[in-house]
Design a protein around this ligand. Structure first.
Ligand code: FES
Length: 185
């Protein structure tokens, strides 16, 4: 009887040792897998969440033309510029019309052709010496100051710089129909 009990105890000890080894290696494997999963998840999460923290803007400086081109201009000159915008993963190349004109100090300035009322395209009427919007009759002076109609502010002036003899502009969009310039991208 005593011998049988002793054999039983030995068998139980072996089982405990085997089970403990299995548990240890199982836990090690689980921790290793979790760590590897976490490591792989970081780049995936960064990729998936990128559009949430990336700015939807990013317009660049666009060439408008050689400065010499605008020296003898009699009035605002219409130009088409292109620029690239990043929106999440997408890169969008856009074209917009701008006017090169002179500000009230006689310095070169670039105005967006987008009417600050509801976004129609404003055109320069040299014969009448003013900008006119075809949609609701808004009118502006050559320097963009508002003179008539529903637009609540002057035409939007854009940031400019001179580089290697070229006039460059940083195109921006502004909220429509509000009295102050509010940049939206
Ligand atoms: S959109 Fe230009 S006046 Fe209304």
């Amino acid at each position: 009887m005593r011998q049988e009990i002793s054999n039983l105890n030995d068998a139980l000890k072996k089982d405990v040792i085997v089970v403990n080894r299995r548990s240890f290696f199982g836990a090690l494997l689980a921790v290793g897998s979790a760590g590897m999963g976490a490591l792989l998840a970081v780049p995936v999460l960064r990729y998936v969440l990128y559009p949430l923290y990336a700015k939807a803007t990013g317009t660049e400086w666009s060439d408008v033309g050689d400065v010499s081109e605008f020296g003898n201009a009699k009035g605002p000159m219409r130009k088409t510029i292109t620029f690239t915008q990043r929106d999440g993963w997408r890169e969008v190349v856009s074209a917009q019309s701008v006017y090169v004109t002179r500000d009230d100090k006689g310095q070169l300035a670039v105005l967006s052709a987008i009417c600050p009322h509801l976004g129609c395209s404003v055109s320069w009427q040299a014969g009448n010496d003013k900008f006119v919007c075809p949609c609701h009759g808004g009118e502006f002076k050559a320097d963009g100051q508002h003179i008539f109609g529903p637009p609540p502010r002057p035409m939007d002036q854009l940031p400019t710089q001179l580089k290697n003899g070229k006039l460059q502009v940083h195109f921006e969009y502004f909220r429509s129909n509000v009295p102050n310039q509010e940049k939206i991208s």
